[in-house]
Design a protein around this ligand. Sequence first.
Ligand code: 6PG
Length: 246
Amino acid sequence: GQDVMTAREVVLETPDAVAQYVADFLMEKACAAQGVFRIALSGGSTPRKLYALMAKAGYAGRFPWDRTEFFYGDDRFVPADSPDSNRGMVQSILFAHVPVPPENIHPMPDRGEPDDAARSYEADLQRAYGADTLVAGKPLFDVVLLGLGENGHTASLFPRQPVLEEKTRWVASCVPDDAPHTRLTLTYPAIASSRHVLFLVTGPSKTDVLSRVRAGDPAEPASHIRSDGEIVWIIDRGAAGQAEGK
Ligand code: 6PG
């Protein structure tokens, strides 16, 4: 297993290069997997380029959609047609354009009580996993995609939120005090039950928070991410704090 300090780092020239690297990584792992391949998708803006790449004919025609199950690392607790919905974003950029069986897409619930929604998503995950307790060596996810917020959050594990202390539940709701919308999020134990955690971080606005997390600053929620498998930082030169062109 790995933590954010021992994780390896891949620095690429541009956000497009980051998207291409991750698309190639997912293709390689999904094609090599025996049987079902489970991915937890990240939201926000960084992964949009990745999802657009995956929707292109040359890629979509080769990816094993029929044996890949798509879950979400987090979502805002808003209707799918809201501009803030991660589920809505992935549906419009990727799923609307590729031959993924609808039953392979597992969006987070977007109505009712947040805690009930978290419980029902957890049940969805347990059905997919085939058990209700996580076992090391039997990862829940093949790949978990994560972003990094400037306040050190990842998924919807926000600073000062009770969800940061959650050690058994796989999914929880949270109401960040520094972000709009109630959220649903995978918890640290659920994310740790993975073969590969990929952090996608681009742009100079992330340089400071990235260096704090890479140093393991405990004040940053992302610093506490672990994987039973590997963690890889896939960043561009902007986020790495390296001026362009050098
Ligand atoms: C979300 C994401 C969140 C995101 C970070 C970074 O629902 O917003 O899951 O964790 O990865 O906020 O967002 P950007 O990629 O937009 O910088």
